[in-house]
Design a protein around this ligand. Structure first.
Ligand code: AHG
Ligand code: MN
Ligand code: MN
Length: 342
């Protein structure tokens, strides 16, 4: 009798893929597995977010007498706890923490990796039942091989990432990641509590018909961005314009949709915030790595995101990310009117 494999779980996939890295001893695989487990715990809490009346509002004490944490604090604590006890991570930089967290314990003495993360992306959408996410990025340490990691481990260019991914807590929960050999997506099957391979070898369309930008801020945008928006709104049968505007306000969700359907996401520089809003280490680099691995493109309007030299862990940078032809068209407009070039 022949047995057919029903599903490939994230755990199985990570083990199968380890053969791609003959010199690795499985540390990166264990690190990714730990992130997958923490993601399932965060997912459980995200799904309860609407039960605040029953379970207690953030900042209050719930009926069990426990203090209720805001979901972004909960997610942050959960990932930090998983990473600092897993033994493979020697320091963590999180959007939620002013300073990076050196990991100084026995199990992590020989840890080779540092992790940057946005534990909860799209936090303004938590209370209204709209998709939110988690973003992570992994680097090999640069500092000496034992003990906690140092600042130089974080100030590496995005090209040095060894893995990056995101979790989207949406109508279903997905984990999408890359280790530099393509992009794979896994959907959480709640009945078995496993992420199952659902989107193997994801490839982004070269061209799309969606643009995503907070157009309410139009007056604050530089001329290049304004002109590109006008281009998206122009009537042109050959290129199927006007394009559709879609903006969720959770970068992970907007990025994920555009990755699958084709589209461009822009968080531009403005006169008030010349570097935009998004963070290079926690948001832009990991998504840029995934974008490039899926065949799309990520720039700050002028430069490749992955080649930007970081000088600060919380550094911000403008982001133009998505279908290659669309990003290049936006870059053409920026080049014509390069005001606010960072
Ligand atoms: P975070 O919730 O991690 O602070 O990130 C929010 C980010 C991003 O997810 C989203 O695309 C963007 O902020 C929305 O900003 P605007 O409201 O300025 O458009
Ligand atoms: Mn964010
Ligand atoms: Mn966040």
């Amino acid at each position: 009798m022949e047995f057919k494999k029903m599903v490939t779980t994230l755990g199985q996939f990570i083990i199968e893929r380890q053969a791609d890295y003959p010199y690795s001893k499985g540390e990166l695989s264990r690190l990714l597995r730990d992130i997958g487990i923490a993601a399932k715990i965060v997912n459980r809490e995200v799904n309860k977010a609407g039960l605040a009346d029953i379970l207690g509002e953030a900042g209050e004490t719930n009926i069990q007498g426990e203090s209720v944490k805001k979901l972004d604090t909960f997610a942050n604590d959960q990932f930090i706890s998983a990473l600092s006890t897993g033994g493979e991570c020697c320091a963590i930089a999180s959007e939620e923490n002013e300073e990076f967290i050196p990991i100084d314990n026995l199990v992590s003495q020989n840890a080779k990796y540092v992790v940057c993360m946005d534990p909860l992306d799209g936090s303004s959408n938590i209370d209204v039942n709209v998709s939110i996410g988690t973003i992570f990025s992994i680097y090999r340490r640069k500092s000496k091989a034992v003990g906690p990691g140092t600042i130089e481990d974080f100030l590496q260019k995005g090209t040095e990432q060894v893995a990056a991914g995101y979790i989207i807590y949406g109508s279903s929960t997905m984990l999408v990641y890359t280790t530099g050999k393509g992009v794979n997506g896994f959907t959480l099957d709640p009945s078995i509590g496993e992420f199952c391979l659902s989107h193997p070898d994801m490839k982004a369309p070269n061209m799309g018909e969606i643009y995503s930008i907070n157009q309410g801020n139009f007056v604050h945008f530089p001329p290049g961005v304004k002109e590109y928006i006008k281009y998206c709104q122009d009537l042109d049968k050959d290129t199927n314009r006007p394009y559709t505007l879609r903006y969720i306000g959770s970068l992970v969700a907007d990025f994920h949709r555009n990755l699958i359907k084709g589209g461009i996401y822009i968080y531009p520089p403005t006169y008030k915030s010349p570097n935009g809003k998004l963070r290079l280490l926690y948001e832009c680099n990991p998504l840029a790595f995934i974008a490039e691995q899926a065949g799309s493109k990520a720039t700050d309007g002028f430069r490749r995101i992955l080649e930007i030299e970081p000088t600060d862990i919380h550094q911000r940078v403008p982001l133009f990310i998505g279908s290659t032809e669309m990003v290049e068209k936006a870059e053409d407009y920026m080049a014509k009117q390069p005001e606010l070039q960072s």
